[in-house]
Design a protein around this ligand. Structure first.
Ligand code: ZN
Length: 261
């Protein structure tokens, strides 16, 4: 009898937790990661945009990606799409501009941490103190005052497109000192290899919206980090084009490491 009661209690408890969880996340698109193409397409030089950024904003107000022909780094922040081009300038492209690769979500903070002096390396080392498991997807937002940041962008390519590692070998890099701004990023688990960038992938936008890019390193003075758990994943793939002839049989892990870090 005792045993039955215990089992019953556990079931009720589980349901109670489940309901609480659903209640906290009842925004229809909150917690959903919506992605255009896959990282292994980008790594092999499939840079033709096919998805309008205006439509991308319907799926998320927060995210990262790139543009048609690999024309700079994308930051989607507060419903605005920013484009950090190879010169370092920040543009606000029109809705009909196409993306070949991007991932967005409706930003929703499940946890918030106040951060004192830390760095990209330290956050990666202390991953467990911020994230409950390495096996989910997360939206990551860090707002703060930075002592130092190093970013990069990528120059627009023309056909025939070279693979991403060849482009990033000559990437323009930018340094920021004593700059305030926002880090907009995603974390993808190891099993997402080939689909998206595994680990933490962060882009930066300064508070005057005049500079940013794909983060190579940063050192933070103080700030806050919001983490949104993403447990629902949608891929929107191209209908035709270079993607259909792409070679997805190759393990591009080393290329990814070289191109992104
Ligand atoms: Zn990036």
């Amino acid at each position: 009898m005792k045993k039955i009661f215990l089992v019953l209690f556990s079931i009720v408890f589980l349901f109670a937790c489940d309901n609480d969880f659903e209640h906290e996340n009842n925004e229809p698109t909150s917690g959903v990661l919506v992605q255009v193409s896959v990282i292994d397409a980008l790594l092999q030089g499939i840079y033709d945009g096919y998805f309008p950024i205006g439509d991308l904003k319907e799926y998320g107000n927060y995210g990262i990606g790139t543009f048609n022909g690999l024309d700079g780094e994308m930051i989607v922040f507060n419903d605005t799409v920013f484009q950090v081009v190879a010169s370092g300038d920040v543009k606000r492209p029109l809705d009909d501009v196409l993306t070949p690769f991007a991932a967005v979500t409706m930003m929703h903070a499940d946890t918030t941490f106040m951060l004192s002096a830390t760095s990209f390396e330290e956050i990666k080392l202390n991953f467990d103190s911020y994230f409950p498991t390495p096996n989910l997807f997360y939206a990551v937002k860090i707002k703060g005052d930075f002592k130092y940041l190093k970013t990069r962008s990528v120059p627009k390519q023309t056909k025939p497109y070279p693979p991403l590692v060849e482009v990033t070998a000559n990437q323009p890099e930018f340094e920021f000192e004593n700059e305030s701004g926002d880090i907009i990023g995603l974390y993808c688990p190891e099993y997402a290899k080939g689909i998206n960038v595994t680990g933490l992938h962060l882009h930066f936008l300064n508070s005057s919206r005049t500079g940013g890019g794909h983060i190579l390193e940063f050192s933070l003075k103080q700030g806050s980090m919001e983490i949104g758990y993403l447990m629902d994943y949608r891929l929107i793939l191209p209908e035709g084009g270079d993607f259909y002839g792409g070679d997805f049989t190759v393990d591009r892990t080393d290329d990814l490491e070289e191109a992104e870090n």
